[in-house]
Write a protein that binds this ligand. Structure first.
Ligand code: URA
Length: 432
């Protein structure tokens, strides 16, 4: 078999067979196919797309390119959540605790942030002592005993995806539905979960900017999951502005704990309850969405979810005092308000630019080896649809440097005040 023939076939819009996809993935992992040929095929896939059977085949071959976790020693239906990524998206933290409090085992394998999006592992590391790297054995034991764990990958998961993703990044082929779907699902299938709820973001701060594209991606993800017997539901949620009010590692831990204490912003609560309810239904602890939602609300009022979060931090060697005292986490030296220059209604808060502003403060990474400043970030006092008066603070910048002129300029350019704006809806569609 020759790689040039595979490229030619895809370029001309012909379906690739299993053997050809296997040849490609083997060549990616064994380094027998050069970057330029991999890139050429990726571009051909970008323009020609992939059939259902090609997508499933690529996903399975990428999954099989590495190791996978065996969770069968943990009793019960294991349920995980995945998000396609957004700004201020701290959902995994309160969600894992709430779902675990209903008796469903939640084995979460999370990632780190890069560019404008944050990562769950980075947020957890804002809690002094929290260990994201634990052995597979300890992970299995913790999920069995405590009901939840949030860790980084313990194994060499989908190595083909690592090489393909880095080439997609530099060849402008990231936003291809079959490539995104196979990348996400190969890793999720390798993580061994029985059921998965996927939060597909839509809007200006998301991979998929339009609802139609988001639906297409959600359908591809759910279809691949189901093709391997995984129970799968996708929720399409808003990313036209940051989620919740706080962006930054320690700040997002604070907001997550607030939520578990029955406080926290309404948009975050709505999304957590929606994703969580579908997790509880898939985990068979409730017969329908409404019953599941009541169960989840009870985990907050009873304090059981907060107790699960405390148990998670304790099991992973973090400082549990953080639950009562947020100042055990790094604190920013300066709190600098951004003042509204006119009155009106907030009509735009560009999520990715707010993420970049947080990264410029030191809260995110430009390169994978950048060190993070856990204390810094942004707290929004107003969201889209809120009224604001001239002279009022729109947001507060948490910084370790006094001079934040560049960050202020970026934020000012990306927050608009108009005469009228509607609050965007949080949940757009459910794909089952
Ligand atoms: N997340 C992934 O893991 N892969 C993609 O291609 C996009 C988002």
């Amino acid at each position: 078999m020759k790689m040039i023939n595979i490229i030619d076939k895809k370029r001309n819009g012909t379906e690739l067979n299993d053997d050809e996809i296997q040849f490609f993935v083997d060549g990616v992992v064994n380094d027998t196919i050069p970057d330029y040929q991999i890139s050429a095929l990726l571009m051909a896939i970008y323009f020609q797309g992939m059939t259902k059977s090609e997508r499933s085949s690529l996903t399975m071959k990428m999954m099989q390119s590495g190791e996978h976790l065996d969770l069968t020693s943990i009793p019960g239906i294991k349920v995980d959540k995945h998000s396609t990524g957004g700004v201020g998206d701290k959902v995994s933290l309160p969600l894992a605790a709430m779902v675990a409090a209903t008796g469903i085992p939640v084995p979460m394998i999370s990632g780190r942030g890069l560019g404008h999006t944050g990562g769950t592992l980075d947020k957890l590391e804002a809690i002094p002592g929290y260990q994201v790297e634990i052995s597979e054995q300890a992970f299995l034991k913790q999920v069995s005993q405590e009901g939840l764990a949030i860790i980084g990958a313990t194994k060499n998961i989908a190595p083909a995806d690592k090489r393909i993703y880095s080439l997609r990044d530099v060849t402008d082929t990231v936003d291809s539905i079959p490539l995104i779907a196979s990348s996400i699902m190969s890793k999720k299938i390798a993580s061994g979960t029985d059921a998965l709820v996927i939060d597909v973001k839509t809007g200006s701060g998301a991979f998929m900017k339009t609802l139609d594209k988001s639906i297409e991606l959600a359908q591809a993800l759910v279809e691949i999951g189901k093709s391997v017997g995984m129970k799968c539901i996708a929720v399409i949620s808003d990313m036209n502005q940051p989620l919740g009010n706080k962006i930054g590692n320690a700040l997002e831990i604070e907001e997550s704990i607030d939520l578990l204490k029955g406080q926290g912003p309404a948009d975050l609560k709505e999304l957590v309850l929606t994703l969580g309810s579908y997790m509880v239904v898939l985990g068979e602890k409730a017969n329908n969405f409404d019953e599941a939602k009541e169960l989840l609300k009870d985990t907050i009022t009873s304090g059981k979810a907060l107790e699960r979060f405390r148990a998670l931090i304790k099991a992973q060697k973090g400082d549990t005092r953080v639950i009562e005292d947020y100042t055990v986490m790094p604190q920013a030296k300066y709190r600098i308000p951004l003042i509204a220059q006119k009155s009106g209604v907030i009509s735009e808060i560009e999520a990715d630019e707010v993420g970049i502003a947080s990264m410029m403060l030191g809260g995110g990474r430009q390169k994978t080896d950048d060190q993070l400043d856990y204390a810094v970030g942004i707290e929004l006092h107003k969201k889209i649809g809120d009224t604001i008066h001239e002279g009022e603070p729109i947001l507060t910048i948490y910084s370790d440097q006094k001079n934040v002129d560049e960050v202020k300029q970026l934020l000012t350019n990306n927050i608009k005040i108009s005469d009228h704006a509607e609050k965007p809806q949080m949940i757009y569609q459910i794909i089952k």
